[in-house]
Ligand binder design. Structure first.
Ligand SMILES: Nc1ncnc2c1ncn2[C@@H]1O[C@H](COP(=O)(O)OP(=O)(O)OP(=O)(O)O)[C@@H](O)[C@H]1O
Length: 553
C-alpha cells in the first residue's frame, strides 16, 4: 500500500470514479463470457427464433462499453500517477534544497540521482498496472460469481486454488524484497563508478592501471546488481509458473473433481470449465503484474526513505510550521560564541572538529584565513556562513542570536566562490542592474573578449579554470551581498591577475562597503588584510599571536 499512499498523498484520488469505471469494465468483460456461453449453448433456438441480430447488437454494445470504460480508466490512472510523480519530483527537489549540507554529504549524490530519476520512472511505469490489476480482480470476481451461479462446488474449488496460488507469492516476499534492496544499493555504486569515469575522464585516460581498477570495481558492482536482479526475477518466474500450474489445476478440477463432488449436468461442467478458461487472461495479468508492482512498491519505499532522511535534518518542517521573518537587518557585527562543529566519521576513526571559536567580524574589513591543508579552514567558513549547523555555541548578528527561522536570511548575507565552486551558466537569482555595469566588470576582469552576458546568461562557460573562476567572481560581484567569501580564489590565476585580485578587486569591494573573508596561501599579500587569522588543527587564532593568544578557546 506504500505505493498507493505515496501517489495519493498530495492529490485527491476520486476512488468512487475509479471503482465505478472498474466495476462497469469488469462486468462488461464478464458479460462477454456469459453472452458467448449462452449463444453457443442455444444457437439453434436463437437461429430459429431469429434472435441472432439481437444478441449480436448486445454483444457489440457490451464490447463498446468495455472499450470505453477501459480507455477512460487507463487514461485517468496515467493522468493521476503522472500528476503525483510531478508533485513528488518537485517535493524531493525542495527537500534537497532545504536540507542541510552535512545531511547531503552523508546521503551522497548517487542515491539522490538514482531516486529522482530511476525510482520515480519505475513508479510512473506502474500507472497502467494499477488499472490492469484492478480490472483483472474485478473480472475474476464477476467470473467467479458466474461460476458460483452455475455450481457452488466449482466456485469453492476455484476459490481455494486461487487463494493457494496467491499465498505462494507471499511466502517469498521477504527474499524478493531483500534482493531488490541489494540491487538498488549496487546500482547506486554503479552511478558512483560512472561519475568517477566521467568526472575523472582525463585522469583515467592517462593511466591504464587506474582505468583497469575502476573497470574491475564497476564489473564487481555490475555483477552484484545482476545477481540480485537475477535472483529476484527467478523468484518471480517460479511464482509465475506455480501460479499457472495452480490455474491449470483449477481448470482441470472443473472436469475431474467437480463432477465427483456434486451432481452436475454436462452443460454445467462445460459452462464452468469455459468460465475458468476465461480466467486465464486476468489471472496471468495479476501474476505477471506482481513483479512490476513489487518493484514499484520498493521504489516508493526508496523515495520515502530518502525524503525522510532529507527532511530529518532540514528546516522545512520549521518553514512550514512558522514563517520566518522577511528581513534580518543590516550587518553591523557578526559574533561567533563558542562555535563548534565536528565532522561525521565512521566508528573507530579519529573525529575532526573545529572550535570552539570566539570571533567578531566587523563590516568593511578584509580578513585572511591561512593554515595548512586539512587544518579546518573550509569547515570554519561553512560554520560561519551557516552552511554547517553549529553543534555547540551560537552566532550573533548585531548582538542577537540567529534563530532557526532566520538561518536562510542569515546565509543570504554571504556570497561566495568556493574552491570547488560551481559556475552557473544562467545567473539564477541575480537581478542585474544595468548592461553597462556588467560590461564594465567584464572589461575589468579581462573577460570581455571571451564572454558576454545576455538575458541573464553567460554566452559560454567553456573556458579555462582561471577564466571560469573570474566569471564566478563576476556572479558574486553582481549579486552584491554584504559579505564576500573566497576560498583560495587566486590559486588558479596567473601572477598578474593574482596581483590585480589582491590589490584592486578586494580594495574595490571594500570601497563599496563589502566585507571580505578570504582563505589564502598567498603570503606575498598578507599585509593587505585588516585581520589575519590562522587555523591550526581546528583551532582558530590571530596570526601574529599564534601559539600565545588566540580567538579559539
Ligand atoms: N565532508 C566531510 N566529511 C568528513 N570529514 C571531513 C569532511 N570535510 C572535511 N573533513 C575533515 O575535516 C578536516 C578539515 O577539512 P577542511 O576542508 O576544513 O580543511 P582545509 O583547511 O580547508 O583544507 P585545504 O587547505 O586542504 O582545503 C579534514 O582533514 C577532514 O578530515
Amino acid at each position: 500500500m506504500v505505493l498507493y499512499d505515496l501517489i495519493s498523498r498530495n492529490i485527491k484520488i476520486k476512488k468512487r470514479n475509479f471503482v465505478a469505471l472498474g466495476c462497469i469494465s469488469g462486468l462488461a468483460n464478464a458479460l462477454v463470457l456469459a453472452l458467448i456461453n449462452n449463444v453457443a449453448e442455444n444457437i439453434s433456438d436463437i437461429n430459429r427464433e431469429n434472435h441472432i441480430l439481437y444478441y449480436l447488437i448486445l454483444f457489440s454494445l457490451t464490447i463498446a462499453i468495455y472499450g470505453f470504460t477501459q480507455q477512460r480508466l487507463m487514461t485517468k490512472a496515467a493522468r493521476t500517477v503522472e500528476k503525483a510523480i510531478a508533485g513528488l519530483r518537485v517535493e524531493l527537489f525542495e527537500c534537497v534544497r532545504y536540507t542541510e549540507l552535512s545531511t547531503l554529504e552523508k546521503i551522497g549524490k548517487e542515491r539522490i540521482f538514482n531516486t529522482l530519476s530511476k525510482e520515480l520512472q519505475t513508479i510512473s511505469q506502474s500507472a497502467q498496472l494499477f488499472v490492469i490489476i484492478g480490472q483483472s480482480i474485478t473480472l475474476v470476481f464477476f467470473t467467479s460469481l458466474y461460476i458460483a451461479y452455475h455450481s457452488f462446488v466449482a466456485f469453492l474449488v476455484v476459490s481455494v486454488l486461487i487463494m493457494l496460488g496467491a499465498s505462494i507469492h507471499r511466502l517469498r516476499a521477504n527474499e524478493i524484497q531483500k534482493n531488490m534492496k541489494l540491487s538498488f544499493e549496487s546500482e547506486n555504486m554503479l552511478i558512483h563508478r560512472l561519475s568517477d569515469l566521467l568526472d575523472g575522464f582525463k585522469e583515467v585516460k592517462l593511466s591504464n592501471p587506474r582505468a583497469d581498477d575502476l573497470e574491475n570495481e564497476f564489473i564487481a558492482d555490475s555483477t552484484r546488481a545482476k545477481n540480485a536482479k537475477t535472483t529476484t526475477q527467478t523468484l518471480f518466474a517460479t511464482d509465475f509458473v506455480l501460479s499457472q500450474i495452480t490455474f491449470f489445476a483449477a481448470t482441470g478440477a472443473m472436469v475431474f473433481i467437480v463432477p465427483l463432488l456434486s451432481n452436475v449436468y454436462t452443460d454445467v461442467v462445460i459452462k464452468v470449465t469455459t468460465a475458468s478458461l476465461f480466467l486465464i487472461g486476468p489471472i496471468t495479468s495479476i501474476v505477471g503484474g506482481i513483479p512490476i508492482y513489487t518493484t514499484a512498491s520498493e521504489a516508493a519505499n526508496n523515495v520515502l526513505d530518502l525524503e525522510n532522511e532529507l527532511k530529518l535534518a532540514s528546516q522545512k518542517a520549521q518553514k512550514q510550521g512558522a514563517k520566518g521573518p522577511s528581513e534580518i537587518g543590516t550587518f553591523e557585527e557578526i559574533k561567533l560564541e563558542g562555535a563548534y562543529y565536528q565532522h561525521h566519521r565512521p566508528e573507530g576513526e579519529r573525529p575532526f572538529f573545529v572550535g570552539p571559536v570566539d570571533l567578531t567580524i566587523k563590516p568593511g574589513q578584509i580578513t585572511f584565513v591561512t593554515g595548512g591543508n586539512g587544518s579546518g579552514k573550509t569547515t570554519f567558513i561553512r560554520m560561519l556562513t551557516g552552511l554547517y549547523e553549529l553543534q555547540a555555541g551560537q552566532i550573533l548578528l548585531n548582538g542577537r542570536a540567529i534563530t532557526n527561522n532566520e538561518q536562510d536570511l542569515y546565509r543570504s548575507l554571504f556570497t561566495a566562490v568556493f574552491s570547488d565552486f560551481h559556475l552557473f551558466k544562467q545567473l539564477y537569482g541575480i537581478r542585474v542592474g544595468s548592461q553597462q555595469e556588467i560590461d564594465d566588470w567584464l572589461v575589468f576582469l579581462e573577460m570581455n573578449t571571451k564572454v558576454s552576458v545576455e538575458n541573464s546568461e553567460f554566452s559560454t562557460v567553456d573556458l579555462s579554470t582561471g577564466q571560469r573562476k573570474r566569471l564566478a567572481l563576476l556572479s558574486t560581484i553582481l549579486e552584491n551581498r554584504p559579505i564576500y567569501i573566497f576560498d583560495e580564489w587566486a590559486a588558479d590565476q596567473d601572477p598578474i591577475f593574482r596581483r590585480k585580485f589582491y590589490e584592486q578587486v578586494l580594495p574595490k569591494l571594500k570601497e563599496r562597503g563589502n566585507t571580505v573573508i578570504a582563505i589564502t596561501h598567498d603570503d606575498a599579500y598578507f599585509h593587505l588584510a585588516d585581520v589575519h587569522l590562522k587555523m591550526v588543527e581546528g583551532q582558530l587564532m590571530e596570526h601574529n599571536m599564534a601559539g600565545s593568544e588566540g580567538v579559539s578557546s
